[in-house]
Write a protein that binds this ligand. Structure first.
Ligand code: BES
Ligand code: MN
Ligand code: ZN
Length: 496
């Protein structure tokens, strides 16, 4: 991971130099200085390369000046259209162009301070790698980039914006690490153990095991866990950033709550999945991984909010003691569930954790995240997470928060007719509602565990938690979708 620093503008003596170019603004600052120092060579070279500064356009100029081995020009399009998302994407592109350099300097005087920080964020997020299990990487295959200096006139403001962005990037990286880990390493117990790292940031972390969960009557979660030799865990994380003093605590608002599905591996259980692609089910803990990374981001940037994050961690395995299709389990809420399909396990994990979260914390609102259904991928592909909500305000806030950070959500319907699909002949409900509207009936199931009057949103992130292709600010693999979206939701509406 490169180190990112902000500096006062001055022509570099070595390394690579990066120019951010719009279609309409005349080159100024370091860009103009470099052009002058090269006798107009930069302008001539960019013209020869037909470089106009349009969005996403890049040009590389080699050794235009003693010491400067490489100049990279990146187009940002029209000045009036330059926003955080575009600058982040440029930062991501930039990383690809300079990863093999040791040092680079970016002439960012044309950008306001927050956007200079956005450029650093895009670059840093794109530089993520998970190389823990590669022992034979050749030197030539490794990135070399150690330091990126971003030159800006608004130094103090850029540094302040960066402190926040850096904490969010740390949260994203924690999530990506968790989601990337193989399932033999990242068992429920190990994942719970890793939550303890958040204590360094001031987060209170409690870990509950099967004995404690039995006492809490977590019949649904424990039913999923019983087929595995790996013990389940629930982790409760609290960050009290609003109520730091006793006086503030007294009049503090109720906390906001985030709940994550953490199935460290989903074989389907007795309703076993087909072999092809089953390895992808190591990612079935991404909801929990996102909640953990989000807590790291909020605590890392000292967000002025009281927030609780709860994750239910289990492994879904077949075995002599595994739950059967046809079993009836009693959830912590007292409601009973006929388990028709042991592969619809995520909702069984979430329902107990969500009930507990409400009983203990009475949160202002609750958002759950889960790689819950394959059906949401059929509906929305990999471009949006599915959002289900009982509250128009919360739904609008989430929609608005997602767009600028490139984590878009699309609202899906809920309704009584869908709810009917999960009626059971012998219990209060069954855990599947048939193929039609599979993501919606899953959400209906979860909604049955949301207390009356509580604003709630469910994000089905099955299609967006990992990516088969490179994204503007992420390599292939774990995306950490949701960390930035929910950080933004909190920042926009629930702090101070
Ligand atoms: N973890 C899966 C959902 C999933 C599928 C995520 C594919 C990512 C990619 C979930 O536990 C599951 O198995 N859901 C079933 C539900 C069905 C049995 C009603 C599904 O979507 O097939
Ligand atoms: Mn499943
Ligand atoms: Zn699952």
């Amino acid at each position: 991971m490169p180190d990112i620093a902000f500096i006062k503008p001055a022509l570099p003596k070595h390394g690579a130099m990066v120019l951010l170019v719009t279609e309409d603004a005349t080159p100024a600052g370091l860009h103009a200085a470099l052009d002058k120092a090269t006798g107009g060579g930069i302008t001539r070279a960019l013209e020869a390369a037909s470089f106009k500064g349009s969005k996403g356009q890049v040009a590389t100029l080699w050794a235009p000046l003693e010491g400067i081995g490489k100049v990279v020009a990146i187009g940002l399009g029209k000045t009036e259209e330059v926003n955080a998302e575009r600058v982040e994407a440029a930062g991501g592109t930039l990383y690809g162009l300079i990863a093999k350099e040791r040092e680079a300097m970016v002439a960012a005087e044309g950008l306001p301070a927050p956007l200079a920080a956005s450029l650093g964020l895009g670059l840093l997020l794109k530089s993520y790698r998970f190389d823990r299990y590669r022992t034979t990487l050749k030197e030539a295959e490794k990135p070399k980039l150690e330091k990126v200096a971003i030159a800006t006139d608004a130094l103090a403001a850029a540094k302040a914006a960066w402190a926040t962005q850096r904490a969010v990037a740390d949260g994203v990286f924690l999530t990506r690490d968790l989601v990337s880990e193989p399932p033999n390493v990242l068992t429920p117990a190990e994942m719970a153990e890793r939550c303890k790292e958040l204590e360094k940031l001031g987060v209170q972390v409690e870990i509950l095991g099967p004995k404690e969960m039995k006492k809490l009557n977590f019949g649904a979660l424990l039913g999923v866990a019983q087929g595995s030799v790996q013990e389940p865990r629930m982790v409760v994380m609290q960050w009290n950033g609003a109520s730091t003093t006793a006086a503030a605590k007294k009049k503090a608002q109720k906390p906001v709550a985030f709940i994550g599905k953490g199935v460290t591996f989903d074989t389907g259980g007795i309703s076993i999945k087909p072999a092809a692609g089953m390895e992808d089910m190591k990612w079935d803990m991404a909801g929990a991984g996102t909640v953990i990374g989000l807590m790291a981001a909020l605590a890392g940037r000292k967000a002025k909010v009281d927030v609780v994050g709860l994750v239910g961690l289990v492994e879904n395995m077949p075995g002599g003691n595994a739950q059967r299709p046809g079993d009836v389990v009693t959830t912590a809420s007292g409601q009973t569930v006929e388990v028709i399909n042991t592969d619809a396990e995520g909702r069984l994990v979430l329902c107990d954790v969500m009930h507990y979260a409400q009983q203990r914390f009475d949160p202002r609102f609750m958002v759950d995240l889960a790689t819950l259904t394959g059906a949401i991928i059929i509906a929305l592909g990999h471009e949006h997470a599915g959002m289900f909500s009982n509250d128009d305000t919360l739904a609008q806030q989430l929609s608005a928060a997602g767009t600028p950070v490139g984590e878009a959500v699309w609202r899906m319907p809920l309704g009584e007719a869908y709810d009917k699909q999960i009626k059971s002949d012998i219990a209060d409900m069954k855990n599947v509602g048939g193929r039609p509207g599979g993501s919606i009936t899953a959400a209906q199931f979860i909604q049955r565990f949301v207390n009356k009057g509580r604003p709630w949103a469910h994000l089905d992130i099955a299609g967006v938690a990992w990516s088969g292709k490179e994204l503007p600010t992420a390599p292939k693999g774990a995306t950490a979708f949701g960390v930035r979206l929910l950080d933004r939701l909190v920042a926009d509406h629930y702090e101070g």
